[in-house]
Write a protein that binds this ligand. Structure first.
Ligand code: ZN
Length: 206
């Protein structure tokens, strides 16, 4: 049976790409997708932040402390000699946000995006500052984020959860992502009204 697709031509295209990624990863229906398993196929080497050399204790404290909100991580634009790319994830953001960040990097690779400039390397991780970490053009960034999010929280499964009356936290827990990502998916796939209606029903049953 064909999976249901969300409304909107652009959204449908993103969903189809995401379903292709899920298919490639061997996950079905409501199963959560593990981006770490896909990273290998995308030839992305996820590097533990703590193992980065060349960062002073002060820089490390800054990146995980007051600057922790200003970077989520990303891939180095220049591949290693063996063709792999390094990815650094912000440990201060926790597993759920790390999974979304990594999934976006995986999506860039699977969508065949080309970085539009040389980006930071591990020794210059200090350069991660807000939007300075954007390494692809706007359309590619939009597509990678949208496809990555759809691969993590696919529409047909999300719709079933919403109709069943699951709340954002429950859906997030199931897919091992943040509640913010689930709410973003509910909004862009036009399930928000249904979600609110179900939450009203939930409240009445309490
Ligand atoms: Zn990106």
């Amino acid at each position: 049976m064909l999976d249901l697709l969300p409304p909107g031509e652009k959204r449908k295209q993103f969903e189809l790409r995401a379903l292709g990624l899920r298919d490639f990863a061997g996950v079905k229906g409501e199963q959560p997708l593990d981006p770490f398993a896909l990273a290998e196929f995308a030839r992305l080497l996820v590097v533990d932040f703590d193992s980065i050399e060349g960062l002073s204790a002060e820089s490390r404290a800054h990146l995980l402390g007051e600057a922790a909100d200003q970077w989520s991580g990303g891939a180095c634009a220049r591949p290693l000699p063996n063709g792999w790319k390094l990815v650094i994830l912000n440990p201060a953001h926790g597993q759920q946000r790390n999974r979304a960040t990594l999934m976006e990097e995986v999506a860039h690779v699977f969508l065949g995006h080309t970085p539009n400039r040389l980006a930071i390397n591990t020794k210059k991780a200090v350069a991660f500052q807000g939007t300075a970490a954007r390494d692809y053009n706007h359309d590619d960034e939009e597509a990678a984020y949208a496809v990555g999010a759809a691969a993590l929280v696919p529409y047909a499964a999300l719709r079933r959860f919403v109709i069943r009356g699951s709340n954002g936290a429950q859906i997030a827990h199931h897919f091992r992502v943040s509640r913010q990502l689930v709410e973003y998916r509910i909004k862009v796939t036009h399930l928000w009204a249904e979600y609110k209606r179900a939450s009203t029903t939930r409240a009445e049953h309490v």
